[in-house]
Design a protein around this ligand. Structure first.
Ligand code: C2E
Ligand code: MG
Ligand code: MG
Ligand code: MG
Length: 280
């Protein structure tokens, strides 16, 4: 009896596996088709300086699926990573983001996320250089966001890459700081321009004294290391006030602006240009 039940469970399990594998496979085929049909979209989330002025946007990929609705990047980026699709996808993201940003006022920057596979490609620096050349975007306006797990596979190689990217004139930011191992060695060894403190910390700072102590210390330490600090995921006025009062350089979060489609972002960027004209 027990044996039979066990067997049944194994079958159930296998059937479940089969379904999961097939679904994944289907989604991968659909992603491949969506990329080649140029169906992916980029949203842009604004970043603000301490004075409340927009300083740029972060490009965030979106997949508007005909039946499944808007698929978030947390679902399809890992799939793209495993299937190699991340290479064409990542290039498309960078080219699109740069060609959109080049039309914004020249004091606005654009941040693009890099994934591990993109980072492992030998020709990353060449690709970035080509895209800047093609689109005419000033290198100083492009910021590349990397995460620790992308650096740790081969530290010497990653270090050489970050240096080569900075030699092009682009900025490099350490994204999601506070998650993973968050080894201080990375801050010491890599010539980053910026640290982005993960929203899992930011959303606790006003009700968890330890979380705030950590974030405050990251700000102080980063400034001593000549790094700018961005707080991600600011959702309340109290969080914003605490961070601005403690010299956090840049703010990002739903409170200040959600990721938005290109037309909306470009309209917001134009407001900055008009402000500048008035000031001149
Ligand atoms: P990330 O780079 O850390 O981007 C910030 C994420 O936090 C975005 O999620 C953004 O919508 C979300 N966020 C911003 N402010 C708030 C807030 O106040 N509250 C909450 N709850 N969330 C907030 P999104 O767009 O879903 O992207 C998730 C992750 O997917 C990104 O995290 C990034 O790691 C990855 N990703 C997105 N686009 C790309 C891409 O083009 N290439 C690569 N390689 N990765 C991408
Ligand atoms: Mg990011
Ligand atoms: Mg982040
Ligand atoms: Mg994040």
């Amino acid at each position: 009896q027990a044996k039979l039940a066990g067997k049944g469970q194994v079958c159930e399990f296998q059937r479940g596996m089969d379904v999961a594998v097939r679904e994944r496979h289907d989604l991968e085929l659909e992603l491949r088709a969506a990329i080649s049909r140029h169906e992916l979209m980029l949203y842009y989330q604004p970043l603000f300086g301490r004075d409340g002025k927009i300083i740029g946007f972060e490009a965030l990929a979106r997949w508007p699926h005909p039946h499944r609705g808007m698929i978030p990047p947390d679902r399809f980026i890992p799939l793209a990573e495993e299937s190699g699709l991340i290479v064409p996808l990542g290039e498309w993201v960078m080219r699109t983001a740069c060609s959109v940003a080049v039309n914004w006022p020249s004091d606005l920057s654009i941040a693009v996320n890099l994934s591990p596979t993109q980072f492992q490609r030998v020709d990353l620096v060449g690709t970035v250089r080509d895209i800047l050349h093609e689109t005419g975007l000033a290198p100083s306006r492009l910021e590349l966001e990397v995460t620790e797990n992308l650096l740790m596979e081969d530290v010497p190689r990653a270090l050489a890459l970050v240096k080569d990217l900075r030699a092009l004139g682009v900025r490099v930011a350490l994204d999601d700081f506070g998650t993973g191992y968050s080894s201080l060695a990375y801050l010491h060894d890599f010539p980053f321009d910026k640290v982005k403190v993960d929203r899992s910390f930011i959303n606790k700072i006003t009700n968890d004294a330890n979380a705030w102590t950590i974030v405050e210390s990251i700000i102080v330490m980063s400034h001593k290391l000549k790094l700018r600090v961005t707080a991600e995921g600011i959702e309340t006025g109290a969080q914003l006030e605490l961070l601005t009062d403690h010299d956090c350089d840049e703010m990002q979060g739903f409170l200040l602006g959600r990721p938005m489609p290109e037309e909306e972002a470009s309209r917001l960027a134009e407001v900055v240009r008009q402000d500048c004209d008035v000031a001149d």
